[in-house]
Write a protein that binds this ligand. Structure first.
Ligand SMILES: [Zn+2]
Length: 412
């Protein structure tokens, strides 16, 4: 039989090496010649790699039996290292190592959240002991952190992050074999279609934003208007713009735009916007490196003057305008970018709209909720509509046509 219980102590009477008396659970490591003399510091040794110390023979005996049973049952899959103090191939041990490698990724926070949540569940379990069934049970038992039920989209994301973790473990070579790789559940989900509004309603919200924020800081409206016009812009891109970000030809250069590290994004501004940019610079002069979108304390003596806009400035302004109009369920992003992408597609065909939006195909299909129609057939409509829409800022829609998610939108 593999393994045994030993002690380094010698008999204080005769100096002999103490030995296991093999009397079962009630046995002891004792002197062969003085059976009443027992060792107090004992250990279980199992092969050359495993040594675990005990002060109670009973506990040592149980542990040794456990190892022997495991070896019997797992046969060639048995690896004594899995039973060491470190449990090097357990979920809980590998997870922090994995997360260490993922630092610096934009999605690090989400990866951390999901992997740590799973680590709480699987804990010291050996990776190869975790079956597809266990993963299925775990994933479908998940709830959101606030206790509400989890959407299948979120569940699928969680599943895919775990799958990445397993792939990393597989690539390490000594954690599990391909044959031991569990079958991950396939989680079906449908992307929810975003609520979008028409260009007319979008213009109404923008006008409301203007009305509500112009006195405080005209750049709030200007930023929202840029977002509603240039679908490749993200709210966070605006925060990266400095006073010197626009060149003489009206091109904006955005350094390190959101999601693409160490890259530039160029946006060509419509001449109306070039004019707005310049007049705002005259109104609020500043050095070239100062963030363009910053607070100007014109109202209520705010102390924030000169400080770059927080992440939520545009979002909150848009939301307040929508509330004032009793328009629900259309936050800044769907209301600006996605609405514009969708409306552009109606006018110019979805290929051109997609190229302008910088969205991936799948994302674009979600946001673009119109059938692709031959651009030429709607050209005359485009001319008319486009003509109205590019009258930025001053234009207010007069009709509320289809696609409005809330009937009250017209009764503001
Ligand atoms: Zn002795």
């Amino acid at each position: 039989m593999a393994g045994g219980i030993y002690s380094e102590e010698t008999c204080p009477v005769c100096g002999s090496k103490m030995r296991d008396n093999h009397k079962g659970e009630r046995g002891a490591v004792a002197c062969p010649d003085h059976p009443m003399v027992h060792a107090h510091r004992i250990y279980v040794k199992f092969g050359r790699k495993h040594k675990k110390r005990f002060t109670s023979y009973r506990m040592a005996f149980k542990w040794l039996n456990h190892l022997r049973t495991e070896k019997d049952e797992r046969e060639e899959k048995f690896d004594i290292e899995d039973y060491g103090f470190q449990k090097p191939k357990s979920f809980a041990t590998l997870a922090p190592k994995y997360l260490e490698r993922k630092k610096g990724l934009k999605s690090y926070g989400k990866i951390c959240h999901d992997i740590n949540k799973a680590a709480e569940h699987f804990g010291a379990m050996n990776m190869r002991e975790i079956s597809g069934g266990m993963l299925d049970d775990y994933l479908y038992g998940l709830k959101c952190d606030d206790g509400s039920s989890m959407s299948d989209k979120t569940r699928a994301n969680h599943c895919s992050r775990l799958h990445d973790f397993w792939k990393w473990c597989l690539a390490r070579g000594d954690v599990l074999t391909l044959a031991e790789f569990p079958t991950f559940p396939h989680i079906e989900y449908e992307l929810a279609y975003r609520k979008i509004i028409t260009w007319e309603v979008q213009e109404q919200v923008l006008a409301k934003v203007k009305e509500m924020t112009w006195e405080k800081n005209p750049k709030i409206w200007f930023g929202c208007d840029l977002l509603a016009t240039y679908t490749a812009l993200r709210p966070d891109d605006l925060r990266r713009l400095n006073e010197n970000s626009m060149d003489d030809a009206g091109w904006l250069t955005i350094y390190n735009p959101t999601k693409k590290k160490n890259k530039f994004k160029y946006i060509r501004l419509h001449e109306d916007h070039v004019g707005h940019w310049k007049s705002l610079q005259k109104l609020f002069p500043a050095l070239p490196e100062i963030p363009f979108f910053r607070h100007h304390g014109r109202v209520r003596g705010t102390t924030k003057t000169g400080i770059i806009f927080g992440e939520n400035v545009f979002y909150l302004a848009w939301q307040k305008a929508c509330e004032a109009m009793n328009l629900k369920g259309v936050p800044l992003y769907p209301g600006t970018k996605h609405t514009t992408a969708s409306e552009t597609a109606k006018l110019m065909g979805s290929d051109r709209a997609k190229n302008a939006s910088g969205l991936s195909n799948k994302a674009f299909e979600r946001y673009c909720q119109v059938e692709n129609s031959d651009a030429f057939e709607v050209v005359s409509e485009i001319r008319k509509k486009k003509g109205e829409v590019v009258l930025l800022g001053g234009h207010r829609g007069t009709t509320v046509s289809g696609g409005v998610s809330n009937d009250n939108a017209s009764k503001r």
